[in-house]
Design a protein around this ligand. Structure first.
Ligand SMILES: Nc1ncnc2c1ncn2[C@@H]1O[C@H](COP(=O)(O)OP(=O)(O)OP(=O)(O)O)[C@@H](O)[C@H]1O
Ligand SMILES: [Mg+2]
Length: 434
């Protein structure tokens, strides 16, 4: 592109990124001189510049749809998002794609019932960009075309995928719900699946206090009249290593801290403060800002009731979590033979007995499955003793497997049995695949 004196451009400045500038000298094709908005003169190759929309030709400095930009380039898109973000306009279209910039603050006026009503049945683009508009467009397309629809929510960790998905689900349950909502309605069950999934699949990371450590696929089924008739949730690629290994200031899955803070229920399983468990005290972060672990425990239990997990299944789930915590506290010391191991001391023995009681298995069998390995050969089974490090690795492998099985069972069989589908492709998934 050739530039003339007075052309409005973007120029990249070290440490600053793209800055606004204007061409002040364009003598030949080898270099142009630009004056930046900070009154700095820079000589630069023309191919290093990008053309810029002025605030005037954007009609007020920003547009609600990127396709309205004359120059659709990286700085133009970023500048537009920045201008809108400063005005609390977190949503912007690019055609039928919605870009959401995380506000990191509650914006209740954006998501109340009045707003849901506003977007009901309105053509995409008629009102300000909004996640409800996208949800509504897919709902209408499903009804009009009698075809399944998908919404893909993607972004890096902390971008707001989980929150956005919950808003979409809320909107769909609003437009597709029945007039009277009781606690056990399908809509309520669909919504309450979120706190459940988050308790067992989310954890604090350096980037996000409530980071989803798994991918999920949500199907919401509607009948011919557009009323919700069912839902299904599939989860995949749970970050199972987190069960046994965490680093400060991250945390293990929320459910462990909830259970430890649950008062009488924790006592029942002989659990103490989270700091007394190896799987939790590798990081000194036990609390989350603005969150009470005990309150969250009761919220999780309430969600289980609504979703229809029986009290005995709930007990089994929390008993299994407690067993994992006790299992993690079993330590080993060298055994009689070289390269063998045994339960270290009376404390470890207490945790071993607790684990066996909670998992309803024989404590001696548990010891041998931790401290030995069976190798199947043509001649038969050979039992190999394990040293302390191998026994600890064995213990951790067992914990990870139990948790992953619990998570899969819990969401495959305990939650629910197609037409609007929400896919969540998380950054974490891509990371896992690599
Ligand atoms: N629309 C929103 N309104 C208010 N706060 C939001 C919104 N979207 C995100 N947030 C805030 O940002 C935090 C992180 O968002 P969220 O958990 O949805 O990210 P994510 O993309 O799912 O990240 P991860 O990949 O780590 O799971 C939320 O806990 C919330 O505080
Ligand atoms: Mg998430």
């Amino acid at each position: 592109m050739s530039y003339r004196k007075g052309s409005k451009v973007w120029v990249e400045e070290k440490g600053e990124g793209w800055v606004e500038a204007e061409v002040v000298e364009a003598k030949d094709r080898s270099a142009v001189v630009v004056l930046t908005s900070q009154r700095k003169k820079i000589s630069v190759l023309p191919e290093k510049l990008l053309p810029r929309d002025t605030d005037e030709n954007l009609g007020g400095g920003h547009v609600d749809d990127m396709t309205k930009l004359t120059y659709l380039n990286e700085p133009g898109v970023l500048y537009n998002l920045k201008r809108r973000y400063a005005l609390n306009e977190i949503y912007t279209y690019t055609g039928s794609i919605l870009i959401a910039v995380n506000p990191f603050t509650r914006l209740p006026h954006l998501y109340n019932e009045y707003m849901m009503e506003q977007y009901k049945g309105v053509q995409l683009g008629e009102l300000s960009p909004h996640v409800f508009a996208v949800a509504d467009a897919s709902y209408r397309a499903m009804l009009n075309d009698s075809m399944s629809q998908s919404i893909l929510v993607s972004g890096e960790s902390g971008a707001g995928k989980t929150e956005t998905t919950k808003l979409i689900m809320r909107y769909l349950t609003y437009v597709g719900g029945r007039a009277v909502l009781d606690d056990r309605s399908v809509e309520q069950q669909v919504l309450e699946s979120n706190p459940l999934l988050e308790a067992f699949g989310n954890a604090k990371t350096v980037r996000n206090d409530n980071s989803s450590r798994f991918g999920k696929f949500v199907e919401i089924q509607f009948d011919k009249s557009g009323r919700i008739s069912g839902a299904a949730i599939r989860t995949y690629l749970l970050e199972r290593s987190r069960v046994v290994q965490i680093t400060d200031p991250e945390r293990n899955f929320h459910c462990f801290y909830q259970l430890c803070a649950s008062g009488k229920d924790a006592e029942l399983y002989k659990l103490g403060h989270a700091s007394t468990f190896h799987y939790l005290n590798q990081s000194k972060t036990y609390e989350l800002e603005g969150i009470n672990n005990e309150d969250e425990y009761w919220k999780t239990k309430r969600a289980m009731d609504i979703v229809g997990i029986s009290r005995s299944d709930q007990d089994a789930i929390f008993r299994t979590l407690a067993a994992i915590l006790h299992l993690g506290n079993i330590e080993f010391s060298p055994g009689k033979d070289s390269d063998s191991s045994k339960i270290k001391d009376s404390t470890s023995n207490f945790h071993l007995q607790m684990t066996a009681t909670l998992l309803m298995c024989d404590p001696d069998l548990l010891v041998s499955s931790l401290c030995t390995r069976s190798i199947h050969t043509n001649e038969g089974i050979i039992i190999k003793e394990l040293d302390c490090a191998a026994a600890a690795a064995n213990r951790d492998a067992l914990s990870k497997t139990i948790y992953a099985r619990l998570f899969d069972w819990y969401f495959l069989s305990a939650l629910f049995d197609k037409f609007v589908c929400l896919h969540m492709l998380t950054h974490f998934l891509c990371f896992q695949a690599c």
